[in-house]
Design a protein around this ligand. Structure first.
Ligand code: ATP
Ligand code: MG
Length: 273
């Protein structure tokens, strides 16, 4: 069914091709003129886009283009110095990282964020506890079984059940990335930001990790934003491709349209896509 927003209708109302008026689900995430300057130097500038429920958007761009900085603004690690960010229609521009997480926004980091001396299952259990809120803090160690079903399910989904008692430091790079995903998934986020989930992963481990991310998107129905340099990986996953360049959003469209875009090609001359 083709849907078209008819001119003159209020926001959130869509007239379909056959004239039916339906309530349109708003974007999950909306950025309007978002920017971040550090000591007057702009790092991210005037970024605006909407993310639809269930969408997968891959972010590309040269080193230093501002991809991680943009994810930091969306997840609340740095407050935006310009513009506004909405999650499910609520203004979260000044909301804390935890507040955004409680609303269903979760992220992984470009560099590993694991405790090498802690087991795989303890990582996931602690994340489940953190998601349950501060009231659960002391109960967890007395009643370690409290989160056992969640932990088991998450480890099975991320293909780490056989590594439950292994220390994170003993995992392969691919398994570490899976564990970071497990830590994220156990808190049940609806909007997931993945910053270079393949970084440091061996070529043999990339297909399994790609399949896992695809299943989080398709089978669990999560909305995903992902920074990734591996074009072969992201072209098989992404509905839309976003190109960052010198802190701005240069293009956001279907992968085919972005690859054919003359401005994008020009921006990448000498830098390689
Ligand atoms: N906290 C900060 N203070 C000052 N400058 C920063 C800070 N964080 C990032 N930058 C600068 O902002 C620019 C964008 O960095 P960012 O890490 O967002 O790029 P990126 O697109 O993620 O690059 P990469 O592909 O290498 O991960 C860089 O020039 C970086 O040095
Ligand atoms: Mg980065």
């Amino acid at each position: 069914m083709t849907e078209r927003a008819s001119s003159g209708t209020p926001a959130g109302v869509v007239t379909t091709a056959v004239g039916q008026v339906v309530a349109a689900a708003g974007p999950v995430l909306r950025l309007r003129g978002v920017g971040w300057s550090v000591r007057g130097v702009p790092i991210v500038e005037d970024v605006s886009f909407d993310v639809r429920e269930g969408e997968f958007i891959a972010f590309i761009g040269p080193n230093g283009a501002g991809k991680t900085s943009l994810f930091n603004l969306i997840s609340g690690i740095h407050p935006a110095t310009h513009g506004a960010i909405e999650l499910d229609g609520a203004d979260i521009t000044t909301e804390s990282v935890h507040g955004r997480a409680r609303r269903g926004l979760g992220r992984t980091f470009q560099t590993s964020s694991l405790w090498t001396g802690m087991t795989v299952s303890d990582h996931v259990r602690l994340a489940a506890q953190a998601a349950a809120g501060p009231g659960a803090s002391y109960r967890i160690w007395r009643r370690a079984g409290l989160y056992a079903p969640q932990v088991t399910e998450t480890l099975e989904r991320t293909e780490l059940a056989h590594r439950a008692d292994t220390l994170a430091g003993a995992l392969s790079h691919g398994e570490k990335r899976k564990l970071e995903l497990a830590v994220l998934l156990v808190s049940d986020p609806r909007l997931i930001l993945l910053d270079e989930p393949m970084a440091g992963v061996s070529a043999e481990e990339v297909p399994a990790l790609t399949a896992l991310i695809r299943s989080v998107h398709r089978d669990l129905g999560r909305t995903v934003l992902m920074v990734e340099h591996h074009m072969d990986v992201l072209l098989g996953l992404a509905d839309r491709l976003a190109v960052m360049h010198h802190g701005t959003l240069l293009a956001l469209d279907t992968p085919a349209a972005v690859m054919a875009d003359a401005t994008v090609q020009q921006a990448y001359l000498g830098e390689g896509l």
